[in-house]
Structures are given as C-alpha cells and as structure tokens.
Ligand binder design. Structure first.
Ligand SMILES: Cc1cc2nc3c(=O)[nH]c(=O)nc-3n(C[C@H](O)[C@H](O)[C@H](O)COP(=O)(O)OP(=O)(O)OC[C@H]3O[C@@H](n4cnc5c(N)ncnc54)[C@H](O)[C@@H]3O)c2cc1C
Length: 415
C-alpha cells in the first residue's frame, strides 16, 4: 500500500519503512542504513519527511513517559502523539504550555517543524523542548540539552540532525482553559485593533475567507483563574450561542467545547477533539509567519488578493506567536503573526497561486511553515534566518555523510 501524507496529497518515495519496537532496534536501523529519515504522524503537506531509501517511524516504541516534577519536565519517545501525552500528564496533575489545533501529531515531528504557537505570550511547541536524545548517523545516541552550544540549532531541525528517540519538554501544573467564539467581528478590528484583540485572551484565532463582510469567527481561549467569567459580546461581535465549526456547513461535533465552559487544557487548546479526525483529509494547508509589526499591512495585502484566494480557500486562520531563540523557528527573534490557509484539495491551482501570495508577503519577510505547502521556486530562505549558516555548519558537523539528507533539505536548506 502506498504511504501518503495525512492529506493524501504526497506519496512518500522511500523504498522501505521501519517500525522498530525499542530504541536499540531504532539504533540498529539507523546504523544499517545508508540514507534514512524519521517520519512522524505524516501531518506535513510536503516532502519534508521523505527520503530516498528508508523511513523510520517510532509508533511501535512504547511512550515511556518519565515525569520529573522537580525539574518540571517530561521525557517521552519522540513518536508519541501530543494527545496521548496530554492525557497522561493531566492525569498526573501536569500540563504543557500549549497544543496545536489538533492533538494527533507526534511530539518529535511537531517540534522539528516549529509547529504552532498561539497567543501573545505563547511560543511554539518547539520552544518547550528542554532536551533531545538523537540517534546519530552511526546509530549512537547523542544528547542535546538546553544550555548546550548546539541546542538552539537542534530543536527545529527538520530531521536533518538524526532521529529524536526521546524528547524532554517543560511542564507546569495542570490548569483549565475556557474558549468562547465571537461571530461577526468587523474587519476594522483586525486592521486597527489587532493588539487589543489578541491581548483579550491567552490564545486568539481569527477565522476569515478575506471576503466576507465581517470576520467569520474569533475563537478566544483563556486560562481559567478564580476571577474568570465569560466575556460575552466583544469588539462589535456577538458571543456564539451554539457550538461553531470554522468551516461553513460542517457539524461542530468534532470541535472542542466552547461557550466559556472551563475544562482541562488539553480539551480546549486544540480546536478538535483527539477522538475525532479533525476533518476528512480533504484539505491542504499553507502558513506564513510574519514579524508582528507588519500585521495590519499583511492583512491588507492578503485581503487585496481575496478574489483570487477565496475560490480555493476553506478558511484562513490568523494567530499570534511569541518570539523564541531557535535558529530555524519561524518565530526566531521576533513576535510573529501566523497567516494560515486551509485550502480546498486542488493542489495544482493552490500551487499556481502561492507565488502570488508570496510576492505580496515578500516585503514583510514572511517565513513559510516548514511542513506546509509553499512555492517551490528558487528562493533564498536563508536571508530570513540570521543563524542559517550556523545551522548548515551544524548539519555538516553532525551528519557529514548526509545520512539524513533528502531532496527537501537539498532544495530549501542545505543545497
Ligand atoms: C489537519 C492538520 C492540522 C494542522 N494544524 C496545525 C496547527 O494548528 N499548527 C501548526 O503549526 N501546524 C499544523 N499542522 C501541521 C503539522 O502539525 C506539522 O506539519 C507537524 O510537523 C506534523 O507532525 P508529524 O508528526 O505529522 O510530522 P511528519 O510530517 O511525519 O514529519 C515532519 C518532520 O519532522 C521530522 N521528524 C518526525 N519525527 C521525527 C523524529 N523522531 N526525530 C527527528 N525528526 C522527526 C521529519 O523528518 C520531518 O522533517 C497541521 C496539519 C494537519 C494535517
């Protein structure tokens, strides 16, 4: 059977797929391979995880969750899904700072691509990494801890530095979150009051198709404290009185609970419940992260393309992301705004449009999400990342024979 991305839009070309059951077996697979790539839960939309020869998936290695309450960390097998980790952590009274819009993705795969921040004070998932244990090109284990020289270059590494067998994440005591949805917030709020809007909750997601007369929905997620009370109508919008899905005409049954009802963090940060498939897979995604200072100009630019974007779009989501210090992070050294597009599954048309969107975003130094569709044209991504050359030197040092290289890395990063 052909192995594809979750969206089915890309078929992996690697010749073999290994599922080791222990870290030792994983080490043997890597040591015995000429070229090998780690594969997570296949939720990227491009060939970032693919390789010319072997893929290795960690889904049969037990999660082996080790909670260190003194250090406030948890260490897990890299292939563990956030949803499974979250249930374990919450049961033990602990939490991570954030989750992506879906809990189905693997920890190592998500951090390798700088997946998801959401909130003015919330950095992406990679920023919670405190340490990694890689299986290196010769099959031996290599530890990298926060504070080590190579650390900031090793977290968002696109699989280029080896297979992350174990990942250590920061944790904090468990907490509750409540989410409320606003309908009909005027567009002007996005253009003129974006800072107030995103400051109104810990995580704010704006949904729009760029053409509707008002913003489609605004999802506000707030950490619950003793003084929490649902805010009600805000910013000229009205509080939704029934559950909402961000896609028109889709039953909100798979969305996490809304209406300002407090619940555990892992049942509110994601937009979708773990037990449900977030959608039927009939979608593609692109996402660009721009320095926050350009937010209003970026929104105007994309809105100006609304008549070309909307026919291919299911919905766009706009989030804020706090800065971090990870070399290939899309929020490296500046607070960012993520402008996300959930496309209809019409890849050729989407790919034909992406250069136009990217030309509009180019003056704002937009960094494409590593795991989503972006224009496959000659470009200099390096100019967007001040530590680019350091990352390339790190890869050359750790993997001199290119055991973990693939076409994607050659095209976009290492070539
Ligand atoms: C429905 C849907 C919703 C999404 N929502 C969001 C969202 O809200 N926010 C967001 O930012 N992104 C989102 N994404 C994108 C997705 O979260 C990222 O692309 C993420 O990287 C996928 O993780 P994965 O485990 O599936 O990785 P894969 O696609 O399997 O692999 C991604 C990369 O990680 C590397 N990798 C995987 N495992 C390891 C390992 N053990 N060691 C070293 N490297 C490894 C691979 O080599 C590859 O380079 C979404 C995707 C889908 C399909």
């Amino acid at each position: 059977m052909t192995l594809t991305t979750w969206a089915g839009n890309y078929a992996y070309r690697a010749k073999t797929v290994h599922h080791p059951r222990t870290v030792e077996e994983l080490q043997e697979v890597v040591a015995g391979a000429r070229r090998v790539r780690a594969l997570g839960t296949r939720h990227c939309f491009n060939d970032v995880a693919d390789g010319p020869e072997a893929l290795v998936v960690l889904d049969e290695i037990p999660p082996d969750v080790v909670l260190d309450t003194d250090a406030r960390t948890v260490t897990v097998t890299g292939g563990v899904r956030y949803g499974a980790l979250a249930e374990h952590l919450h049961a033990a009274g602990w939490a991570v700072h954030n989750l992506a819009s879906l809990p189905h993705i693997s920890v190592a795969g998500a951090v390798a691509t700088a997946t998801h921040g959401s909130g003015d004070g919330s950095r992406n998932l990679a920023a919670a990494v405190a340490g990694l244990t890689f299986v290196g090109p010769d099959g031996t284990l290599r530890e990298v801890r926060r504070g080590d020289d190579d650390f900031a270059g090793s977290v968002v590494a696109l699989g280029a530095l080896g297979v992350a067998a174990r990942v250590t994440l920061d944790v904090e005591p468990t907490y509750d979150v409540a989410q409320e949805v606003l309908d009909g917030v005027p567009w002007d709020v996005l253009l003129q009051h974006y800072d107030e809007l995103t400051a109104s909750a810990d995580s704010v997601s704006v949904f729009t198709d760029w053409q509707e007369p008002t913003l489609r929905q605004v999802w506000r997620k707030t950490r619950v404290t003793s003084s929490y009370a649902p805010a009600g109508d805000l910013f000229g919008g009205t509080l939704a009185q029934a559950p909402r899905h961000m896609l028109a005409g889709i039953d909100p049954v798979n969305a996490t609970q809304q209406g300002g009802v407090p619940g555990p963090w892992h049942e509110r940060w994601p937009h979708f419940k773990l037990a449900f498939t977030p959608s039927n897979g009939d979608e593609l995604q692109s996402e660009y992260l721009v320095p926050r200072r350009h937010a209003a100009a970026v929104f105007e630019s994309v809105r100006g393309l609304g008549d070309r974007v909307a026919p291919l779009l299911q919905v766009s989501e706009i989030r804020s992301v706090a800065a971090d210090d990870l070399w290939l992070s899309t929020a490296y050294e500046h607070d960012a705004v993520a402008v996300h597009f959930t496309w209809l599954p019409r890849q050729a048309e989407v790919e034909a449009l992406l250069p136009t969107i990217e030309a509009a975003l180019a003056p704002f130094d937009a960094r494409p999400h590593w795991g989503k569709l972006f224009a496959d044209v000659d470009r200099d991504l390096g100019r967007l990342y001040p530590r680019w050359d350091d990352f390339r030197a790190l890869v050359a040092r750790v993997d001199p024979d290119g055991v973990f290289r693939n076409d994607y890395l050659d095209r976009h990063v290492l070539g």
